[in-house]
Write a protein that binds this ligand. Structure first.
Ligand code: NAD
Length: 485
């Protein structure tokens, strides 16, 4: 397959069809650009295939299992739940397939051309598409499949994403040692697992596996799990993990592991002479940008010492006509940040005023049980930034809707600028742990990013009974008066 098809010309060529890439494509097409996406696997990227969507789907299966286990508390006789792992995986795949088909249709409706193959930069305004295997017929996608093809464009967006990091001594074989890429495909649940890394991925997997009956041990190098989160929020998750039998070791180095001769399990060594015997090791120690083999440096696109593409505040790289978005750049590795960057790049490409993204206000949602959600300063980061602060914490224990659900673990913490009279002024940060807080973050996110004050938010009515009342009550108490708490 050495044929090189004639050059196709587009206004915008996007390399990578994950959230950053497809956001640039959809938004660009809706803004009137003729757009092409080059994708080597399937549109949807890490988020849809081996990230956000499958992880949350499996966490939902864990949530259903938990709920059924407690059905008798509600007077519902459901018996002991049992798990059909292959049915769990099948449902997860159904959700992915439906979403991929929806995304493919949307790209088709917007007349975005999807080239199946590996894209690389090939000089000014050119992208080379190489097809690694026999072209496949795929009726579900709007896919064009030549052999090798050169695309030319006024603008190129690099959105090639990231891959899981690994650690020395833990060779990923997809069975004994897995990363998030493999965990979604395992054909049976292990009885025990060590999760290396207590960040977002590690905690979500630990929570899901633990709730489905796997004996989980989390090994985290830093003094706390969920290191970027408010300390009271991280402690809430850790306490819940402990109650549910998920062991967490923080401040420990992982030294290596010795698989059993039949590879039915392995002994992981960590800390000062400690070890844990498990059937599976899940490595969740972060993700690295996928910036190799893209022809970036030859095209004048600078890559920093950590492998990220260097960009300015409008996602422009060091090469004229080339932008980069999503996990290839050094910003929060989140699908919604990638969406925002994809749209920002398109506005800049179109020569429109493009307001840089305020990453400080990024909404974060972690879907462990209990969930975590936050935006803006933690108490510590606000003080470090020079603010004099006042804080308030209210707990779901006192919330009617949470009692009804029987999910009373967790809290809402609001950090505000302290006014001369001791009450709260501008809301600087909101941090939550508890039931459905990922769905409750919206108003807190707006309050932080709209720079709302305590008195402005306290004057608004919260629906009752809802869990989101807790946010309103927490803000209200910073006025110096309160209702329930
Ligand atoms: P992370 O950086 O959030 O966490 C990795 C953790 O592993 C850190 O706490 C780190 O201290 C620890 N670690 C690193 N090396 C270690 C070692 N050798 N031994 C023990 N611990 C070690 O990365 P992640 O959880 O893998 O997630 C990757 C990226 O994807 C992150 O940016 C994350 O925020 C994002 N993500 C977000 C969500 C979400 O927001 N719901 C979900 C999944 C992933």
């Amino acid at each position: 397959m050495t044929d090189t098809a004639l050059t196709q010309t587009h206004d915008l060529v996007v390399v990578g069809g994950g959230p950053g890439g497809y956001a640039a494509a959809l938004y660009g097409a809706s803004a009137g650009l003729d757009v092409a996406v080059v994708e080597k696997h399937k549109v949807g990227g890490t988020c849809l295939h081996v990230g956000c969507i499958p992880a949350k789907e499996l966490l939902e299966a864990a949530s259903v299992y938990r709920t059924v286990s407690r059905a008798a508390e509600f007077g519902v006789a459901a018996g002991e739940p049992s798990l059909d792992w292959s049915a769990v995986l099948a449902r997860k795949q159904q959700v992915i397939d439906k979403m991929m088909s929806g995304l493919s249709s949307l790209l088709g409706q917007r007349k975005v051309t999807v080239y199946a193959g590996v894209g690389s930069l090939a000089g000014a305004g050119a992208v080379l598409v190489s097809v690694e295997q026999e072209p496949r017929q795929d009726s579900t996608q709007n896919v064009t499949q030549p052999a090798t093809q050169t695309l030319s464009a006024d603008a190129i967006v690099v959105a090639a994403g990231s891959v899981p990091r690994t650690i020395g001594g833990f060779d990923v074989d997809g069975e004994l040692v897995v990363t998030s890429d493999e965990l979604f495909q395992i054909n049976r649940l292990p009885q025990s697992a060590a999760v290396i890394g207590g960040g977002a991925i590690g905690c979500e997997f630990a929570s899901m596996l633990g709730d489905l009956g796997v004996k989980v041990t989390v090994l985290e190098a830093l003094p706390s799990i969920l290191a970027g989160c408010d300390s009271e929020v991280a402690s809430t998750v850790r306490r819940s993990f402990r109650k549910r039998g998920i062991n967490v070791h923080t401040d420990v180095a992982v030294h290596g592991h010795e698989p059993r001769p039949d590879r039915s399990g392995t002994v992981v060594r960590f800390g000062e002479g400690k070890h844990v015997d498990v059937e599976m090791v899940v490595v969740a120690v972060g993700r690295r940008p996928r910036t190799e083999a893209l022809g970036l440096e030859d095209a004048g696109v600078e890559i920093d010492e950590r492998g990220f593409v260097t960009v300015d505040e409008r996602c422009r790289t060091t090469a004229p006509g080339v932008w980069a978005v999503g996990d290839v750049v050094n910003s929060p590795q989140l699908a919604h940040t990638a969406f925002a960057e994809g749209m920002l790049a398109v506005r800049d490409i179109k020569g429109e005023p493009a307001e840089p993204i305020d990453y400080h206000g990024t909404p974060w949602c972690i879907y462990s049980h209990p969930e975590v959600a936050f935006a803006g300063h933690t108490e510590q980061s606000a003080v470090e930034a020079g603010f004099e602060v006042v804080t308030s914490v209210h707990r779901f224990m006192a919330n009617g809707r949470a009692q009804i659900l029987g999910e009373t673990e967790g809290l809402v913490k609001v950090i505000a600028e302290k006014q001369p009279d001791g009450t709260g002024g501008r809301i600087l940060g909101v941090h939550m742990a508890g039931p459905w807080v990922t769905e409750q973050l919206g108003q807190a996110y707006l309050a932080v990013n709209w720079e709302a004050t305590v008195s402005e938010v306290a004057g608004l009515i919260q629906p009752h009974p809802t869990m989101s009342e807790l946010f309103g009550e927490t803000v209200l108490s910073l006025t110096g008066r309160s209702l329930h708490g």
